[in-house]
Design a protein around this ligand. Sequence first.
Ligand SMILES: Nc1ncnc2c1ncn2[C@@H]1O[C@H](COP(=O)(O)OP(=O)(O)OP(=O)(O)O)[C@@H](O)[C@H]1O
Ligand SMILES: [Mg+2]
Length: 304
Amino acid sequence: MRTDQKTTAVATRGLTKRFGNRTAVEALDLRVPQGALYGFLGPNGSGKSTTMKMLLGLTRPSAGEIEVLGQRLTPASRGDLLPMIGSMIEAPPGYGHLTGWENMTIVRDMLGLSDSQLDRALATVRLRDHRDTLVRHYSMGMKQRLGIAMALAREPSLLILDEPTNGLDPAGIEEVRSLLVELAQTGVTIMVSSHLLDEIDRMATVLGILSSGRLIFQGTREELFKRSVPDLVIETPQPDRARALITGAVPGQGGVTVSGLDKEQTAEVVRRLVAADIDVYGVRRVQQSLEDVFMDLTGRGGLL
Ligand SMILES: Nc1ncnc2c1ncn2[C@@H]1O[C@H](COP(=O)(O)OP(=O)(O)OP(=O)(O)O)[C@@H](O)[C@H]1O
Ligand SMILES: [Mg+2]
């Protein structure tokens, strides 16, 4: 695998992780474009955290290759790459018995950063006024933001954030969301995971969707929308007779509803209803929501 560092921040080929005989992540070909805000979606247990840990060299892949910022990730290259990658995996990392600032100094000392870098990162996540408060007195949103500041202080080229909106109320979610959009505008590539589509879809420039360890979609929101199959709603006072004639029709909306029909199939259904002398009051197409497309793709298995 050879990708251009200028265009691709993360690329994997056949990335696989097995735990015993269970495959948690299977043959992923991820491509996170440079400068993207990549939304990494999937239901609980679909393999998001495991994948992100492999991208950071925290877990060894069972098979496959990873390239980060144009370099193959290996135990030898990891040391060179990590200073360029900020991350927060599974839970915000701050120690409760230390202040926000004291937590930041741990990162400073580990990476040889300056106080002004810490200060800038705290300002970006709007925690400067709370730098001297003990982290155990922080709200969940403040802890998440401190975690992001700890990842940001090194001025990374790539940010990998695992569910940074987990446990936040709508205002907290909105705050993290606008922070990520702001950061992405400065040119940082951001890969952010969530099990909730609506937390991510509007801000992400590219979406990757996992289901049971497999990447079932990768592309833009518009491309995801193209997977949408409109529902056909047929208004009729004789829904039972109509259902007997149309495979897959379900009762609803003043008649029956059937999904996944193209134009020719729609015409055929209407012909059949008319031939059977069923009264048709109206026929209309209803666009599936992005949420429905997502549900169909992930097999309605998760909490999505
Ligand atoms: N260390 C481990 N040992 C065994 N199985 C594991 C381990 N880590 C993860 N798994 C399994 O791998 C699968 C994927 O887990 P992972 O945590 O990556 O999912 P996730 O998408 O991050 O889920 P969530 O939304 O709940 O955070 C799950 O079935 C999980 O039980
Ligand atoms: Mg997880």
